[in-house]
Design a protein. Structure first.
Length: 209
């Protein structure tokens, strides 16, 4: 459908105003909210995610595309709720205790929202107890921990232990510049990805499982 294709294209260019107008037009034409979301907004964000993975676009392009997506999604939210459309899954994300870096975390959050996940952002300097409490209260299937400092990486191990001790079924994903697959294996986390787009894909897989 031409209109959905246009939403997808404008979103990739980060044209938030155009996206808003087009999404409203699609709503007025009685196109189902779920269809507008999936074939317009999420498909555009998915293309941006792939391009980001392949270094064809960079952080600024992702940020403006995500902003455009959020504007469009804002119009659809009440309609999706009415139609009983569920998110693909629920994730909580934060930068671990002692670490105040959030650019990477914010990027992962946007990519995950672009895949239709509901993301609870805990911000920075998040304690293991906060991750556990949030996941328990909100029913999160995935807990995502970010760290940019080698000194804060060990907190990720504490998060894994806290989750296991609490008997939670949630998967723990880790990421950040100093983090590696070897470290992930060492602390017993469930997943590591080198970039935001791959993190979103992995979270979707965990939620579907």
């Amino acid at each position: 459908m031409e209109l959905l294709k246009e939403i997808c294209e404008k979103l990739q260019k980060g044209k938030a105003k155009d996206v808003k107008v087009l999404v409203q037009q699609a709503i007025d034409e009685n196109i189902p909210a779920k269809t507008i979301l999936e074939e317009g907004l999420l498909s555009g964000m998915s293309i941006i995610g792939e391009k980001f993975k392949n270094n064809e676009v960079f952080v600024p392009e992702v940020l403006v595309a995500a902003r455009a997506m959020n504007v469009g999604a804002g119009l659809l939210k009440p309609l999706l709720a009415e139609a009983g459309v569920e998110a693909t899954g629920k994730v909580c994300i934060g930068t671990v205790e002692g670490d105040l870096h959030d650019i990477g975390k914010n990027l992962v959050k946007m990519m995950m929202e672009g895949k239709g996940l509901e993301v609870i952002d805990l911000g920075t300097n998040v304690s293991p107890a906060t991750y556990v409490q949030t996941a328990k209260e909100q029913g999160c299937q995935v807990i995502c921990c970010s760290a940019l400092l080698t000194t804060t990486m060990p907190v990720m191990k504490d998060v894994v232990q806290a989750v296991r001790e609490a008997g939670l079924d949630a998967k723990v994903m880790i990421g950040g510049a100093p983090v590696s697959q070897a470290f992930c294996d060492q602390i017993g986390a469930d997943g590591y990805t080198p970039d935001a787009a791959s993190a979103a894909d992995m979270a979707v897989q965990f939620c579907r499982a």
